[in-house]
Structure formats: structure tokens, C-alpha cells
Design a protein around this ligand. Structure first.
Ligand SMILES: Nc1nc2c(ncn2[C@@H]2O[C@H](COP(=O)(O)OP(=O)(O)O)[C@@H](O)[C@H]2O)c(=O)[nH]1
Ligand SMILES: [Mg+2]
Length: 373
């Protein structure tokens, strides 16, 4: 059984109630008959379910996962990360002044936390990219990110070909949340450029930040627009795997809703507010509270559920596809550099593997081509 589904039976923290700031429209369409049910109990992230996804061996060691966040400053990236993992990865906030912004170059900051939940350890690394898109010209803000991702692959490749293969620290970027501005009416040229340059390197999950700035109709519109732009540009964002036919109906329904929610429109907050006698994380407005964990208010829970349920798939796609792309590329280049150097058995083996990968890629491309007809 690939995924744990127990959480889906629980009623969790599915809160009902109207969305104060957004209830002005769209009520004519009661839409979905199913509510999205938070598979977790409040106060838990939910990764304790991970042991069911992978070998028990990894339980002892803990899980390693690296999440990168990219997007312009002020879109709520740090707040969202803190809300997602119920931890304070970013205690201090530095606001750049105008002169800093002119020279701003993108920085790459990795912070690692070990979180333990119900006896399961997660070694989570969050790679932040402050300064992305902040300079007036936004020039050269993509390259440092590509470089970072490649460096991690390079390190893994070296470790993998080394002697001590049993304890390789996996710092490869397994997932990248790309933050899109709620006020941009869709993707900006830089957003498209970033995704086009990175989609074969990393799993991109597009996220609309500060979704409380938009009404429900606007959210629908911007999501549609983004998906159209992604299609037009031929960008391949991360595709959640399809359910097995024998999964139960609840799980299939949840998965369908997760897929439909892309790009996730999220709200983050680390502030606890009292709503209907319960403490919830939310943002207080004169007209009411936008609740972060209320699936009717935003896609925060869906994003977190996606991340947790598909954590293993994100790792596998990173390893089997993106890392293999990197490795194949590297081998191809090395092959060119030393013509006729086929004596090494290792190299010959790798070439066979490379051919296999290329076949697989060709097959996938053919499949994609036939789907988009
Ligand atoms: N309205 C709204 N404000 C937010 C949200 N998330 C964060 N903020 C606020 O936006 C500002 C920037 O947030 P921060 O997380 O530091 O953004 P970052 O620069 O992308 O890391 C802070 O004042 C946050 O309180 C959100 O979902 N909605
Ligand atoms: Mg930040």
C-alpha cells in the first residue's frame, strides 16, 4: 500500500463557516459537494504517516527532505514555511531598503531543522532565495539558483561514486515552491523564464502567495490564467501521481481535489487568533478572520497535504528524472571529452544506463506529445 490513508477517515479540523472577506460573490455556485477534509489533527504536520511510504530503515535514520522557496520579497514565503512546519525557521526579518534593493543579488540560504512528530524524525532543509527578483532589472537572479541545484546533484554524484555509499547525505532539492504574486494577473515574464529554465531540474509547485488579497472569483481567474500560461510556454510543473485503481474512494476524491487546487492559493500566518472558541492561525481583518487552515478560505492545508502525501514521489521524481538528467548530461559531456576511452567498465555500464534513460525520456516525450494533441 503506497500511502497511508488513515488520516482521510478522520474529520480532522475541517472548519466550516463563511469566508468573511470573500463571501461577496460566487455563492450562486455551491460547486463541490465534497469538502476538503484536513487529514491531520490540528497541531500536527502529518509526517508521522511517512513510515508507511518508505522502508522502516529510514524511520530510524529519519527522513531527509529539501524544499526550496523562490519568489519576490514580501509574498509571504517565510511566513508560509513557518506556518507549514509549525516552527520558526525565520525568527528575524530583514527588510532591505531602496539602496540595497538596487544592488540586490539573490542569496541562497539553507536552514535545516529536525522536527520530530510521534516518534518520526524529519530532517527538513528549507532553501530560501532572498533577493530573487528584487533588483530593479531582475537580472542574473535565476543562474545562482540553477547553480545551487546543480551543486547538490554534483555532490550526490560524487558521493554515489565514492566508497562510502551507505550514508550519503541527500541535499538535493526535492521540491520548489514558486511564489506568484496575487496582484500580477498571472505569470510575469520572469516567472515564465524561471520555470522554463528549471522545470527539467526540479519539481516546481506553483503557489499564489497572500491569497487573502483576492476574492474567490479572482482566485479562480488567476489560477486559470496561470495554468494556460504554463501550457502555452510548455512548462512541466510537478504532476502528482495518479491513484491506483484499487485505492478507496475517499482517497481518490482527496487526490482529485489536490490536483484541482494547483496552483495553490495560500495564506500564511503565525498568529493565533480565537475563532468560535478555538485557537486558529489566521489573519485578522476588520470584517473577520481569514483562517489559514480552513480549506474554504485558502489552499494551505491542500498544499501541506500534497507535500506530505507525495513526499516520497517528489523524492523519487527528483532521483529518477531530474538527477538522472543531470547525470546523463554530465556523462555525455565526459564522453565527448575523452573519445575512444571505452576501456573502463564503469563507464560502459553507465553508458548502458544512459541509453535506458534516453529511451525512457523519448517514450515520455512521445506520451506528452500524444496527450497534448
Ligand atoms: N495579507 C497577507 N500578508 C501576509 C501573508 N503572509 C505573510 N504576510 C505578510 O507579508 C509580509 C512579508 O512576509 P514574509 O513571509 O516575510 O515574505 P517573504 O519576503 O516572501 O519571505 C509580512 O508582513 C507578513 O506578515 C498572507 O498570506 N497574507
Ligand atoms: Mg523571507
Amino acid at each position: 500500500m503506497p500511502y497511508n490513508r488513515n488520516g482521510y477517515e478522520s474529520t480532522g479540523s475541517s472548519l466550516t463557516g463563511s469566508h468573511c472577506s470573500n463571501s461577496d460573490e460566487d455563492l450562486s455556485n455551491p460547486a463541490v459537494s465534497y469538502k476538503f477534509v484536513n487529514p491531520e489533527t490540528p497541531g500536527y504536520v502529518g509526517f508521522a504517516n511517512l513510515p508507511n511510504q518508505v522502508h522502516r530503515k529510514s524511520v530510524k535514520r529519519g527522513f531527509e527532505f529539501t524544499l526550496m522557496v523562490v519568489g519576490e520579497s514580501g509574498l509571504g514565503k517565510s511566513t508560509l514555511i513557518n506556518s507549514l512546519f509549525l516552527t520558526d525557521l525565520y525568527p528575524e526579518r530583514h527588510i532591505p531598503d531602496a539602496s540595497e534593493k538596487i544592488e540586490q543579488t539573490v542569496k541562497i540560504e539553507a536552514s535545516t531543522v529536525e522536527i520530530e512528530e510521534r516518534g518520526v524524525k524529519l530532517r527538513l532543509t528549507v532553501v530560501d532565495t532572498p533577493g530573487f527578483a528584487d533588483s530593479i532589472t531582475s537580472q542574473n537572479c535565476i543562474e545562482p539558483i540553477i547553480e545551487y541545484i546543480d551543486q547538490q546533484y554534483e555532490r550526490y554524484l560524487q558521493d554515489e561514486s565514492g566508497l562510502n555509499r551507505r550514508h550519503i547525505l541527500d541535499n538535493r532539492v526535492h521540491c520548489c515552491f514558486y511564489f506568484i504574486s496575487p496582484s500580477g494577473h498571472g505569470l510575469r515574464p520572469l516567472d515564465v523564464e524561471f520555470m522554463k529554465k528549471l522545470h527539467h531540474k526540479v519539481n516546481i509547485v506553483p503557489v499564489i502567495g497572500k491569497a487573502d488579497m483576492l476574492t474567490m472569483t479572482e482566485v479562480k481567474k488567476i489560477k486559470r490564467k496561470i495554468l494556460d500560461q504554463v501550457d502555452e510556454a510548455g512548462i512541466q510543473i510537478y504532476r502528482m501521481p495518479d491513484c491506483d485503481a484499487d485505492e478507496d474512494e475517499d482517497f481518490k476524491e482527496q487526490n482529485k481535489q489536490l490536483k484541482e487546487a494547483v496552483p495553490f492559493a495560500v495564506v500564511g500566518s503565525t498568529q493565533l487568533l480565537e475563532v468560535r472558541g478555538k485557537k486558529v492561525r489566521g489573519r485578522l481583518y476588520p470584517w473577520g478572520v481569514v483562517e489559514v487552515e480552513n480549506p474554504e478560505h485558502c489552499d494551505f492545508i491542500k498544499l501541506r497535504t500534497m507535500l506530505i502525501t507525495h513526499m516520497q514521489d517528489l523524492q523519487e521524481v527528483t532521483h529518477d528524472l531530474h538527477y538522472e538528467n543531470f547525470r546523463a548530461d554530465k556523462l555525455a559531456k565526459a564522453g565527448k571529452a575523452t573519445p575512444g576511452g571505452g576501456k573502463d567498465k564503469l563507464l560502459a555500464d553507465k553508458e548502458v544506463e544512459l541509453r535506458k534513460m534516453q529511451d525512457m525520456l523519448a517514450k515520455m516525450q512521445a506520451q506528452i506529445a500524444s496527450q497534448s494533441k
